[in-house]
Design a protein around this ligand. Sequence first.
Ligand SMILES: Nc1ncnc2c1ncn2[C@@H]1O[C@H](COP(=O)(O)OP(=O)(O)OP(=O)(O)O)[C@@H](O)[C@H]1O
Length: 259
Amino acid sequence: MDEAGTEPVISLRKVSAELGARPVLRGIDLTVGRGEVVALLGANGSGKSTAVRSIIGQVPVSSGTIELFGTPRQSFRDWARLGYVPQRTTASGGVPSTVAEVVSSGRLSRTRFGAFRAADREAVRRALEQVGMADRAKDSAGALSGGQQQRVLIARALVAEPELLIMDEPMAGVDLGSQEVLARTLRGQVEAGTTVLLVLHELGPLEPLIDRAVVLRDGCVLHDGPPPRALGQHALPGHDHVHPHAPAGTGPIRTGLLS
Ligand SMILES: Nc1ncnc2c1ncn2[C@@H]1O[C@H](COP(=O)(O)OP(=O)(O)OP(=O)(O)O)[C@@H](O)[C@H]1O
């Protein structure tokens, strides 16, 4: 643990990244302090996913520095301290596995030599309970609805009891019931002191939990401060965000994301 209590959990300074020949992040600064809940907002293609993927090392940066828990990302090894929920793909990944198996995979970083003990099995049960999926543990992950799969992916991130949770659009394509479960789960995490960085396309039901919002536009930070009021309320006509997971034919979702 950080003795001083002031060291940021995530720190990006002047980070730039290119995908192919395209500059996607253009010198962004982003700091997340211990216990903070920060929303990363912005229009489609503004660089939100690329920013979080650069933090976890999935996207190389061309300049700037990234630190996790005060350690330069290149030398950071303590990945069990971090839980990551990617932008939703299927929880089963095409491989037939049960809900309990998917969640157990998130616990490997906490086991000794991969051997599961009673405490690990208990952690899996608890994580599934947190997301309201304890009764589905033996079901095939591929047979679940999108919202249920998202709950399983969140349980997989929580099962290692991370200090930092990074989630890429956790509410995307998730039904109202699951959204409420996820908001409640996240509230529990925040109350327990977990630091959270969330990519969102609107604040929605998570708004009361958000301490600060960072809005990206075209790979640059447009706003860093209190969550802009208008952002959650679909307020500004003409500022559309088309969600990649939106069912065909639903049209753009208006979010007023200063795009
Ligand atoms: N593998 C890739 N190769 C080239 N360009 C890419 C690649 N992945 C993403 N991009 C481009 O990078 C830009 C930023 O993408 P990114 O996914 O970070 O945006 P985002 O803000 O998360 O968008 P969304 O809200 O749609 O998820 C987009 O213009 C996108 O087309």
